[in-house]
Design a binder for this molecule. Structure first.
Ligand SMILES: [Zn+2]
Ligand SMILES: [Zn+2]
Length: 347
């Protein structure tokens, strides 16, 4: 089968032919319908060889939707042809966190060498994807595969982050979303759907992205630059934002995030741009809490798909064939994708 692989540190990913995978006992083989192109893959491909954590070559793609092509021995509850979304942050399934569905925080994944598809294990940018366990699949039940595939990360990750701050996003409060790309433009919609009357202020670096932010529900859209923090303060009558979500995570955006947080506000650093925010008396407003979460739980993915089914979230997508996947990554790298790029490996 064809697969998009990152083969050499520092080189662009390539479409190559690899052996067709076959499901072993307990595994499920999917024919991939759609695979999402995520900015974190670009970060991964920028890491140096000395500290690169995964074996190469690596088939990319940690967002996947497919149809069940074959079931390994002992698998029940699924039928060939079922359309399913992949829950990506695989864990062991049995530790205390996995027992709560929080496989993103599995206590044993490192020890057991369990890696998510596309981030260690072979990913979804291939004609077929091997899934280690049927519990990592959620039926999409009538949802469109292309529109749904980004929800497995670009939906689930902001959903998890927002859920934590919901008690602070009361009517009259403000949420700031920094970076309105793949995750951020979904976050804006989730904030509108999950809060009663919180105001959403979006920050990004181009007018195109700010236009998309307004289209998907941002009340205000502000250019992300050295004046952005002052502008947000002005828009909030000097109070700042009760919740700030940074989907970029580079040093300047992290500093903006810290600077716009209200007293007792939450700052959530989601983007893996490597920026850090010092915490200490006087470094931020009083009692600001800063966190850097990772992905979300199995239960939360089911909730996100239910929100999509209710019409509360729709992802702006641009589709590419598998052969065009390297180009999609280049466009994303250059800031030229509005919303989410989706690869159709069998399209
Ligand atoms: Zn991602
Ligand atoms: Zn576990």
């Amino acid at each position: 089968m064809k697969a998009l692989q990152y083969r050499t540190v520092g080189s662009a990913p390539e479409v190559v032919t690899v052996p067709d995978p076959e499901p072993g006992p307990g595994q499920v083989l999917l024919k991939v319908t759609a695979a999402g192109v995520c900015h974190s893959d670009i970060a991964v491909m920028s890491w140096p060889a000395e500290s690169f954590p995964y074996e190469l070559p690596l088939t990319l793609g940690h967002e996947g939707v497919g149809t069940v092509a074959a079931l390994g021995a002992g698998v029940s509850g699924l039928e060939e042809g079922d359309s399913v979304a992949v829950y990506g942050p695989w864990g062991c399934g049995t530790c205390a966190n996995c027992a709560q569905g929080k496989e993103n925080y599995c206590l044993r994944a490192d020890e057991l060498g369990i890696r998510p598809p596309g981030l260690g294990a072979p990913g979804s940018m291939a004609e077929y994807l091997l899934v280690d366990d049927p519990r990592h699949l959620v039926p999409i039940d009538g949802l469109d595969p292309v529109a749904t595939v980004p929800l497995t990360d670009a939906g689930l990750t902001p959903y998890h982050a927002i859920k934590r701050s919901l008690p602070k996003l009361v009517p009259g409060s403000t949420a700031v979303v920094i970076g309105t790309g793949g995750l951020g433009h979904v976050a804006i919609q989730l904030l509108r759907a999950m809060t009663a009357a919180a105001r959403v202020i979006a920050l990004d670096v181009t007018e195109d992205k700010l236009a998309l932010a307004r289209t998907v529900g941002a009340h205000e859209a502000v250019l992300s630059n050295a004046e952005a923090a002052a502008k947000v303060r002005e828009l909030t009558g000097g109070r700042g934002a009760q919740a700030v979500f940074d989907f970029v995570g580079v040093q300047p955006t992290v500093e903006t995030a810290g600077a716009v947080a209200a007293i007792e506000g939450d700052v959530t650093l989601v983007g893996i741009g490597g920026g850090t925010l010092p915490v200490g008396f006087g470094a931020t407003n009083f009692e600001v809490s800063v966190t850097a979460p990772y992905w979300g739980s199995r239960g939360e993915l089911i909730e996100v798909l239910d929100l999509a089914r209710a019409g509360a979230v729709s992802v702006h997508t641009e589709t590419f064939s598998l052969d065009e996947a390297p180009k999609a990554y280049q466009l994303l790298h250059d800031g030229k994708i509005n919303g989410r790029a989706v690869i159709l490996p069998n399209g």
